[in-house]
Design a protein around this ligand. Structure first.
Ligand SMILES: *Cc1c(COP(=O)(O)O)cnc(C)c1O
Length: 368
């Protein structure tokens, strides 16, 4: 049995008629950039999230950059974020000219350790960018309190947490802005690059929309120099179709995670994910930990099972951040995790047989 890490084809085939029709409508109307399908998707996403504004952009990286930039963050500022994430979270801070200030992660939930944030706040700090990594909510209410206390902006990086919740509140609706990626492999994936930003702040929404479209809200009325970061009509039409299925797919991910958890509990030397109390984890990834990580990955590969590592090197230790002069002992929890984490196959269409094959193969590795 071959089990891919993600399987985008099965999902496409399950909604092929609707997707193909949506694509052909866009082609027919040549609504390629901007236009009615983009407006429709923004309205659909606003409705699902109960947000005042959805500003669609070209990808999830730009979503963070545009939000930071339009919140006024620049070279004189510091922005606090987590040591373990995808580089978009920190490179966008650098793109504004500001300095990313990394904080270690929590041992169990893989999110920024809120108890270590306050020590890093200085006069220059202007914002905190927590990541709801793997689909697991960060300690978001504690972080929000810190933001209120120190007058900082809160930008939730929701690239991996579509429809995750804290006490019924959706990820992305708690901070000043929530940023989303619709990269094909994300929980809600387009068929190319795509992203969006949600906010309830009218003025900020206008500024972000303007900046993403060459600094103009109306054609040729350039108020500022901006960038070109727009959602295209094909991706918008595809995303509107997928939005109708995303809650079902999230439920399937959660059910798959539950079956993994059942099957993989109680194995000596293997740590499985724990869901933070009062939250809904949307299981973008199912990440296990073991000191025998590389051997386990090899063993699973031999059983036809693809795995991945998210991420092999924590951000502060990447060559891109050599200039900050960090070393592993600055982030002991994240550094230890980096050597132990392994992401098992996770997608809504995983079958019971596939999950059971992964479980049996993992058990065999530890118990034989
Ligand atoms: C994928 C991802 C992004 C960036 O999204 P793109 O659409 O690929 O630009 C940002 N942050 C995190 C945590 C991600 O996983």
């Amino acid at each position: 049995m071959q089990i891919p890490f993600v399987d985008l084809r099965t999902q496409y085939h399950s909604i092929k008629t609707e997707i193909d029709r949506a694509i052909s409508n866009v082609l027919d109307q040549t609504a390629f950039v901007g236009g009615k399908y983009v407006k429709q998707f923004e309205a659909d996403f606003e409705k699902e999230y109960g947000a005042e504004h959805c500003v669609s952009v070209a990808n999830g990286t730009d979503a963070i950059y545009i939000a930071l930039k339009m919140l006024g963050i620049g070279p004189e500022n510091e922005v606090i974020t987590v040591a373990n994430s995808w580089i978009s979270t920190s490179e966008t801070i650098g793109q504004t000219g500001a300095t990313p200030v990394f904080v270690d992660m929590e041992e169990v939930y893989f999110s920024i350790d809120a108890s270590k944030i306050e020590d890093k706040i200085t006069e220059r700090t202007k914002a905190i960018v927590p990541v709801h990594l793997h689909g697991q909510m960060a300690d978001i209410m504690k972080i929000k309190e810190l933001c209120n206390k120190h007058n900082l902006y809160l930008i939730e990086d929701c690239a991996q947490s579509h429809f995750s919740e804290f006490k019924g509140q959706l990820a992305g609706t708690i901070g000043n802005v929530g940023t989303f990626s619709f990269y094909p492999g994300k929980n809600m994936g387009a068929y190319g690059d795509a992203g969006c930003i949600i906010t309830d702040d009218d003025a900020l929404a206008d500024r972000m929309r303007m900046f993403a479209n060459h600094g103009a809200l109306k054609k040729h009325a350039h108020q500022i120099e901006g960038i070109n970061s727009r959602l295209d009509g094909l991706q918008a039409a595809i995303l509107s179709v997928k939005l109708r299925y995303i809650r079902k797919w999230t439920g399937q991910r959660i059910a798959n995670a539950a079956r993994y958890t059942d099957g993989l509990s109680g194995i000596d030397g293997l740590t499985i994910p724990e869901v933070r109390p009062d939250t809904k984890h949307s299981f973008h990834l199912f990440v296990v930990r073991t000191s025998q990580r590389d051997a386990l990955a090899d063993h699973l590969k031999g059983q036809g099972i693809s795995t991945a590592i998210h991420y092999p090197t924590i951000l502060p230790l990447l060559p891109a951040y050599d200039h900050l002069g960090h070393n592993a002992s600055d982030f002991p929890v994240a550094y230890k995790a980096q050597k132990e984490i392994l992401s098992l196959p996770m997608f809504p269409e995983l079958t019971v047989d596939q999950i059971d094959h992964v479980v049996a193969s993992v058990r065999a590795f530890f118990l034989e």
